[in-house]
Design a protein around this ligand. Structure first.
Ligand code: B12
Ligand code: SF4
Length: 416
């Protein structure tokens, strides 16, 4: 029994593709032979596009990349087809951007080797209308991949799997990145302490990725960090959890364990704004090595926050920011404009909130017009009459000299 799991381009370049790593380690622990191939990394190095070209949302680029790669580097494809010749299963990890490449490659594999079993998994499977030919030809895994993939490989002929999730996350084996070593990407190690989210913000698609929110014990995460730090000699960790402050008790235990074991690392994570966040916990987070927190603020209008069901008010946000500032914790916030029923007045209120509180908001991490991930596959087409809201926002923060990440303003929208 053997499988090759492939990451097709274009995909981000900052860290190794974690889906391939998690799936590989799980299957290896079940004695299944697995090879991972990061075609994204290989073609980025070979094709010499700039990072901006590779990472910007661009339909034409995504559509044409397969042909460009084939035309310029046919031997990569020849080698790949030779490599998979005697392997029964091929897996693809798909997101919106790398799906066109994956489907084209899968189609060629089917023409060459009609009996091969091809399995698609990854966030984009959530948004697909799996009909006709797609179901006939391929296997589809929606949601978490470990259990279903094992089942497809060992016992089942079921074509579509939906949310078959692991109960106890601590049963997952420790991550071994071989051969996709973190030092070949950037000097940061990505990892998760939990899967899923406890909240239900109306605009959010991340909460759909998993059915049940589960988390590792603080001990598992700290032991894993210790192991990874020793193994790769890298002290920088990026928690990719949708929500890192899912429990105050968990967070406190995690920080205390890091400190007790004298594990010196730098870490960052995404958190939500909480009412009455305790100063001692913010200080502990800072002391344990946290250098940045990405905070989902989303709007400076209480009406819009309530429409989004964010569960906090602008007053709660100010208090939360003040606590972080007191603890010396750096953070940056994300914003959404043009949310359904956000009036011109609500929008201006949001802008005024940012300007008024610029002394306690260190940086804008990201700002986008609302993206409707639910009703359409075309997830990134903003209503035309709202486009100027992002421009007004950008002009304001520039004139107010508020710090922001340039490449993350309007980054969820296709330009073509
Ligand atoms: C971390 C992260 C990032 C980081 C990545 C790098 C880093 N670590 O620093 C950064 C900030 C760079 C980033 C950027 C973007 N991101 Co992002 N990101 C994530 C996040 C939070 C985690 C991704 C991850 O590492 N997952 C870990 C692995 C283990 O999970 P997984 O890939 O889902 O794999 C599991 C299953 O899907 C399944 N599976 C996956 N592959 C396969 C294959 C097979 C064969 C099988 C059977 C199963 C299977 O099994 C796996 C294990 O259970 C997710 C949301 C989330 N909570 O997952 C969004 C997410 C992946 N990002 C998303 C988006 C839209 C983006 C951007 C396009 C946004 C933008 N315009 O900038 C960019 C893409 C960059 C680019 N331009 O190409 C979307 C993707 C939506 C989609 N359908 O494509 C997500 C899902 C968030 C969302 N909106 O819902 N992102
Ligand atoms: S807290 Fe974050 S991840 Fe959870 S539903 Fe809200 S926006 Fe999504």
């Amino acid at each position: 029994m053997e499988i090759i799991i492939v990451q097709t381009p274009p995909f981000w370049l900052k860290t190794p593709p974690l889906s391939l790593i998690y799936l590989k380690n799980y299957l290896l622990s079940k004695n299944i032979k697995v090879t991972t191939i990061d075609l994204n990394f290989i073609f980025f190095k070979l094709l010499k596009f700039t990072k901006t070209q590779w990472l910007n949302l661009d339909r034409e680029f995504e559509k044409n990349l397969f042909l460009i790669a084939k035309k310029n580097f046919p031997f990569i494809f020849e080698n790949f087809y030779k490599k998979i010749k005697n392997i029964e299963f091929i897996g693809f990890s798909i997101l919106k951007r790398n799906m066109p490449f994956a489907l084209k490659l899968a189609n060629e594999i089917k023409m060459l080797y009609p009996t091969k079993k091809i399995i698609f998994g990854g966030p984009q499977t959530l948004f697909l209308d799996l009909q006709n030919k797609l179901i006939d030809d391929y296997f589809w895994v929606i949601g978490e991949g470990e259990n279903p993939l094992y089942k497809i490989l060992t016992e089942s002929n079921q074509k579509i799997y939906k949310f078959n999730e692991i109960k106890e996350l601590d049963t997952l084996p420790f991550l071994n990145f071989q051969p996709l070593l973190p030092q070949n990407y950037s000097m940061s190690i990505p990892l998760f302490s939990s899967r899923g989210c406890l909240y239900n913000c109306h605009f959010c698609s991340e909460k759909l990725l998993y059915k049940k929110m589960r988390y590792h014990s603080p001990k598992y995460v700290v032991d894993l960090i210790k192991h990874l730090k020793n193994e790769y000699s890298i002290p920088n960790f990026i928690f990719c959890d949708s929500l890192f402050n899912f429990s105050r008790e968990w967070l406190e235990n995690f920080c205390l364990l890091l400190l007790k074991n004298n594990i010196k690392i730098n870490w960052e994570a995404q958190m939500r704004i909480e009412k009455n966040f305790p100063l001692y916990l913010a200080k502990l987070i800072k002391k344990s090595g946290c250098y940045n927190v990405f905070v989902g603020m989303e709007s400076g209008s209480n009406k819009v926050l309530s429409l989004m069901d964010k569960g906090f008010t602008t007053e709660d946000a100010i208090n939360f920011f003040k606590i972080f500032k007191k603890a010396g914790l750096h953070f940056e916030i994300s914003l959404i404009f043009g949310y359904p029923n956000e009036t011109e007045k609500d929008f201006m209120e949001s802008i005024e909130f940012i300007v008024k509180n610029k002394k306690i908001i260190p940086k804008i991490a990201q700002a986008n017009l609302f993206v409707d991930y639910f009703n359409t596959q075309d997830i990134a087409n903003p209503p035309k009459n709202l486009k100027n809201r992002l421009e007004i926002f950008l002009k304001t923060i520039q004139s107010e000299k508020i710090k922001y990440t340039k490449s993350y303003i309007g980054n969820l929208h296709y330009k073509n």
